[in-house]
Design a protein around this ligand. Sequence first.
Ligand SMILES: *Cc1c(COP(=O)(O)O)cnc(C)c1O
Length: 411
Amino acid sequence: MATINDNYLKLKAGYLFPEIARRVGAFAEANPDAPIIKLGIGDVTEPLPQACRVAILKAVEEMGDRSSFKGYGPEQGYLWLREKIAAHDFHSRGCDIDASEIFVSDGSKCDTGNILDIFGKDNSIAVTDPVYPVYVDTNVMAGHTGSVNDDGKYEGLVYLPMTADNNFTAPIPDAKVDLIYLCFPNNPTGATATKTDLKKWVDYAKSNGSIILFDAAYEAFITDPDLPHSIYEIEGAKDCAIEFRSFSKNAGFTGTRCALTVVPKSLTAKASDGSDVELHKLWNRRQSTKFNGVSYIVQRGAEAVYSEEGQAQIQELIRFYLDNASIICTKLQEASISVYGGVNAPYVWVKTPDGLTSWDFFDKLLQACNVVGTPGSGFGAAGEGYFRISAFNSRENVEEAMNRITATFKG
Ligand SMILES: *Cc1c(COP(=O)(O)O)cnc(C)c1O
């Protein structure tokens, strides 16, 4: 008889977004004319930059000619793309990352999940709370946790609460942990990490033999020149950190799919016989076996992000979303609502007014303003009393939604 991976039964049955859809659906059915504006989803809204489209179209034509047709490419990604990434994203910021340490992939979501393939079963794992749910659920699937308790926490995971009390920084745990997931600029809080914050983590990881899994999906939204874009800007990080990046949020590739993961060659972890093994070799083996690379066409589109026009166009996109975030912050503050994030990140983390729970505020916003956001408690227990508003939307929708909120909550 075939059996299943029982760990899947421990997963909270995809509670957050289905529950949002259920409540919005019920409201829309009862109020068919309500002009609902959705500021809940973490997906971009603006079209693909022109430089990327031109490069993609050219690549499609190359595929139509026997002399320039491409079949399987390197599993790690084409060298011309990896070299551009190394130069623009890392060397330009003083990070000594070689093109051979970069693995091009079809997404950071899959990479942050798949990376567990190369780690042992008995690692202790720390996640921030609130957290991007992928890190938690992939550890549940891999059997690294016990069951879930009433406030949505899994036995066996170490949760690092990030709240207004600690300025949304990830606190160093008292217990020793082996793998640590960090995401800055953060989804969902919009908080950033300074070099000093990250240095503490690098020092911790180096003295405990831990590995940091650093998700930099939102680095392009950093405008403050003092904030690090990469964990490799911190000395010693090449010995203790893997970094995930994506073209999804900076260049609108959420539907086009291209990302990258950096596994430095100096990074090692222990085999069960106590020997040190290079993680780069294991990840290379994993990718070469289970993955056949990103399409040539898409990699040419990603390469165009680094052209002069591409850089100008993505800067414009990022500026657009950051201006949305700024409008959201200003308007909510006018309504005496406390906001965090939204400066070097496309997410605004709202303190729910009048002590409302995250879901009560969700209902109130839906009913009184016809605006949809994401309840903070859906990202973890420490997100209770908070609410995420996304800057990924049209200017018109953002302005209209904020006008409704200020009219409802002001005075
Ligand atoms: C959007 C996002 C990503 C990017 O995922 P892709 O699979 O590359 O689209 C990664 N991490 C976080 C936290 C995100 O919000």
